[in-house]
Design a binder for this molecule. Structure first.
Ligand SMILES: [Zn+2]
Length: 370
């Protein structure tokens, strides 16, 4: 049994933990990055009032941040005007905050070239500097607050990029379940299923370790139990807390394994069919689970969380959430899946998978045909 595990993110978890933001900021000048909804609901005004060190706000981050949006924001940033970034929002906000944290002291090039170079070519250099990030997730699903990478979408060329460096860990993750109370039902379901996908992806993963699998199996048990109850009781703060903790554990698991085949397959669905990330990354889970159960070691782990008949329990969960796993209902055809299969060679995430993809794609074709 040999493994390494590393995660340097400080975690401040609990109802009301947002009140401790000023302690984490200290006497540093802060840039707040968030999305429109929080401005409209008055959250931004209240956070600013309690945190006078926040001197600038960017409040227009859209879901699935694109290269174009990143470029506009990046060119407007004055890196000397702040010392720390506070990212308040879902995965999109935290991901774009990561890209905006990157800079060089002196750069002869056009500044955005640096980011493009990192996104397109994986460029890294000791001269690259990073502003620290305080992440405040407002969904229970992304895990981005505890991972060292961020995703940027190119909706023109239909590509998904990620920046991944060992300097991209957030300084702190403030996980306040009260912030998820206003999350609508659909987003609660989507982000909850994304968290479930992160758990499963860290299990059927070449990088899995006893620690990551422990976090993952523990979180799966919780999600299967809590998510269906939560969608019928969106105001229940205890259920919100349980989901946030499960999502955090999922994040701690896949922060050290990365995702795998379900995510690798999902990017095509999001880019070409506009299927939201949490749905795209989870509707293949029952089919992948079926193949995973043919692996004796995985079967043991999976039965630990789902009981004797994992696929049945997982299908029951989708049923309770009223999320269909019928591909045709999402407009996905056999042709789409052959393109998805082709696209796997371009994503590193597919290489993490312990799943026999030939059997998986054959099963999916059969399912679509019948
Ligand atoms: Zn995901």
């Amino acid at each position: 049994m040999n493994f390494k595990y590393y995660n340097p993110v400080k975690i401040d978890f609990g109802i009301g933990s947002l009140e401790r933001l000023s302690q984490w900021i200290g006497n540093r000048k802060a840039l707040l990055i968030t999305s429109n909804g929080f401005e409209e609901r008055g959250v931004v005004a209240s956070v600013k009032e309690k945190n006078p060190m926040i001197t600038r706000v960017i409040n227009n981050i859209q879901p699935n941040p694109t290269l174009e949006q990143l470029e506009v924001l990046y060119k407007e940033l004055e890196f000397e005007s702040f010392d720390v970034i506070v990212a308040l929002g879902g995965g999109s906000v935290i991901d774009i905050a990561k890209a905006l944290s990157i800079y060089k002291e002196k750069s002869s090039d056009e500044p955005f070239k640096l980011i493009e170079n990192m996104l397109f070519n994986g460029y890294q250099s000791d001269e690259i500097l990073y502003k620290p990030i305080i992440a405040i997730p407002t969904t229970a699903g992304t895990g981005s607050e505890v991972t060292p990478w961020g995703t940027i979408w190119d909706d023109v060329n239909k590509k998904k990029y990620s920046i991944h460096t060992d300097k991209l860990w957030c300084e702190v993750a403030i996980c306040d379940p009260a912030l998820t109370l206003t999350l609508p039902k659909e987003l609660t379901i989507q982000t909850g299923l994304d968290a479930l996908s992160h758990c499963l992806e860290s299990l059927w993963n070449v990088n899995a370790s006893p620690l990551t699998s422990n976090y993952a199996t523990n979180a799966i048990l919780k999600i299967v139990d809590v998510l269906p109850r939560l969608v019928n009781n969106l105001d229940d703060i205890n259920l919100r807390s349980e989901m946030m903790l499960a999502s955090l554990k999922a994040g701690l698991a896949f922060s050290n394994t990365q995702t795998a085949i379900a995510h690798a397959m999902s990017y095509y669905m999001t880019l070409h069919k506009d299927i939201p990330h949490g749905i795209a990354a989870s509707i293949t889970l029952p089919d992948i689970l079926n193949v995973a159960l043919t692996n004796a070691e995985l079967k043991l782990d999976l039965q630990k969380c789902f009981g004797e008949n994992p696929v049945e329990i997982l299908n029951k969960l989708f049923g309770a959430l009223h999320v269909t796993t019928s591909y045709t209902e999402y407009g996905l055809t056999e042709l789409d899946f052959s393109l998805i299969k082709e696209s796997l060679s371009q994503t590193s995430r597919a290489k993490n998978s312990l799943i026999d993809s030939n059997i998986l794609f054959e099963n999916i074709s059969n399912k679509i045909r019948n």
